[in-house]
Design a binder for this molecule. Structure first.
Ligand SMILES: N[C@@H](CCC(=O)N[C@@H](CS)C(=O)NCC(=O)O)C(=O)O
Length: 221
């Protein structure tokens, strides 16, 4: 059995999206985005008190990128991974892990907008973090503009867990930086989010979601 400890809209969403795509049975434990990630019990699953945490066949894992690699190897049938020797192997690894480059800026902006008290926030820090997100958008736009036939997805060989990982990071990033001006990125995001696996990974209700509005602008002085 597979159990995913999940906060809706957070990094654990990329593992849920992948599990849906792999079509393997799993159990979801929804965690509130509060102190409960720091309990003694949860720290045995994820020692720094983070989601996602995963239990698979009695073993415990943390780190979303490791989960994505492991699940794609363990369940290769749906072609979400690129195993050693595969044509797109290197690019698959690069883009699966690029999701964390995007997400570090999302995490900084999340902290600025709704963890810090208003008086401790910094518009200057927010502007820097948004600029870093924009650099990430430019990198994705450039990749999707690479002139190969059918460049609908990040990899030449088609849709994969790389699209899920970067797509989920962009899902979060859009709360702080719009996709306007990045036509290939916007079209790709629309393409991958039409999939049922994505729709089934969206929060069912408002209870434990991380974002309480669609967009958080940098405050003007
Ligand atoms: N590199 C880790 C990062 C995990 C992480 O920081 N998750 C965030 C949610 S997106 C979290 O649990 N934050 C809780 C906290 O900071 O207290 C991964 O990819 O799994």
């Amino acid at each position: 059995m597979i159990t995913l400890y999940h906060v809706p809209q957070s990094r654990s969403m990329r593992v849920l999206w992948l599990l849906n795509e792999l079509d393997v049975p799993h159990r979801l434990v929804e965690m509130p985005f509060d102190g409960s990630l720091g309990t003694e019990e949860f720290l045995t699953r994820s020692p720094a008190g983070r989601v996602p945490a995963l239990e698979i066949e009695g073993e415990r894992m943390f780190e979303s990128g490791a989960m994505v690699e492991y699940l794609c190897e363990r369940f290769p049938e749906r072609g979400m991974g690129r195993l050693p020797g595969a044509m797109d192997r290197m690019a698959w690894l690069v883009w699966v892990h690029f999701a964390e480059t995007v997400t570090q800026h999302v995490a900084a902006l999340t902290q600025q907008h709704f963890v810090l008290d208003a008086g401790d926030r910094s518009a200057a820090v927010m502007r820097i973090e948004v600029a870093h997100l924009i650099q990430c958008y430019e990198a994705i736009e450039a990749r999707l503009s690479t002139p190969v036939e059918n460049r609908d997805y990040l990899l030449t060989g088609g849709y994969s867990a790389a699209d899920i990982c970067v797509g989920q990071a962009v899902y979060m990033a859009r709360h702080f930086a719009a996709l306007d001006g990045y036509p290939e990125l916007a079209a790709w995001f629309e393409r991958i989010t039409e999939r049922q696996s994505y729709l089934d990974a969206l929060p069912a209700g408002d209870a434990s979601r991380m974002f309480d509005r669609p967009f958080y602008a940098v405050p003007t002085a």
